[in-house]
Ligand binder design. Structure first.
Ligand code: SAM
Length: 269
């Protein structure tokens, strides 16, 4: 079978390398924790609502939320489960998650400071394992294996459908080299090559960082993903914004779609 000649885990690593994507330090996320709690962890966030609707809690009493950030998934589900574990390598994110758990009066949330790459032997096995918007790791195959092995019943992961966080037209307009990242297709194929046949569903909805009512909001959302823009880039972005406005065109696609790649635990890898 010609497909078997392709090593999707290796292709994933190559795509990450081509994108110049180095593993981000936890400090990168520490700095985003407060804002992320505001924009992405709101219980009414359409992404979270759709994800939760597609997850089955049947027969489950424990949940592992890997890359939990401000606790977006585990805090929302804590009331329906006996115990939830939120794991993240960013202490800043865990601080925000802890504060939010306290504010919500939740006493069944355990927060663990670990990375995807660490030894997980002291992370408890859970009925459900989730990795929401936290799967852009250096070695996706290893990450999927680790998550699978920690779950007793079901595993849920989400990945971008698009290959870039910032619209390619915007990247071009400001003069940055276009960076494309591995999307969900890699996860599906890596799982297939591990002997797992995952289900795929889609979460469609507004991009929570995608505010374009004013140029300042738009510039903020672009630099959230691309880092600080220099003066020349800022000017180019402004020209792009003005031109789109003049033509009555949408500034950037209004939605960010996520693929939910999920499966029942059938085997320990
Ligand atoms: C986009 S946020 C997603 C947060 C949350 N799961 C959600 O859906 O709102 C990505 C999270 O993954 C965490 N993360 C990124 N790389 C990681 C790694 N190598 N090990 C552990 N956590 C990581 C970041 O600290 C951040 O909290």
């Amino acid at each position: 079978m010609v497909l078997d000649e392709l090593d999707f885990a290796e292709l994933y690593r190559q795509q990450m390398q081509q994108a110049g994507r180095s593993t981000k330090a936890p400090e990168h996320w520490d700095a985003r924790a407060e804002k992320m709690a505001e924009v992405c962890a709101n219980p009414q966030d359409p992404y979270l609502l759709q994800l939760q609707q597609k997850m089955s809690l049947q027969g489950a009493s424990t949940l592992l939320d890997m890359g939990c950030g401000p606790g977006s998934v585990c805090l929302n589900l804590a009331a329906s489960l006996t115990q939830v574990y939120g794991v993240d390598y960013s202490r800043g994110m865990l601080e925000v998650a802890g504060r939010r758990a306290q504010g919500l009066g939740l006493h069944n949330v355990t927060l663990i400071n670990k990375s995807w790459e660490d030894d997980w032997s002291d992370i408890p096995e859970c009925d459900l394992a989730v990795a929401s918007r936290s799967t852009l790791v250096a070695d996706l195959r290893q990450a999927l294996i680790k998550l699978n092995n920690k779950a007793r019943l079901r595993i849920y992961t989400t990945h971008t459908v698009a290959t870039s966080f910032v619209d390619v037209a915007v990247q071009r307009a400001i003069g940055r080299p276009v960076v494309e990242l591995p999307n969900y297709i890699f996860a599906v194929n890596i799982l297939y090559q591990l002997g797992i046949n995952p289900k795929v569903d889609y979460i469609r909805g507004p991009n929570c960082q995608n505010k374009t009512d004013t140029f300042e909001q738009f510039a903020d959302s672009v630099s959230w993903s691309l880092g600080t823009l220099d003066d020349v880039e800022q000017q180019r972005l402004f020209d792009f914004y003005q031109q789109k406005r003049r033509l009555g065109e949408t500034i950037v696609p209004p939605s960010r779609d996520w693929a939910l790649v999920y499966w029942d635990k059938t085997t320990t890898l």
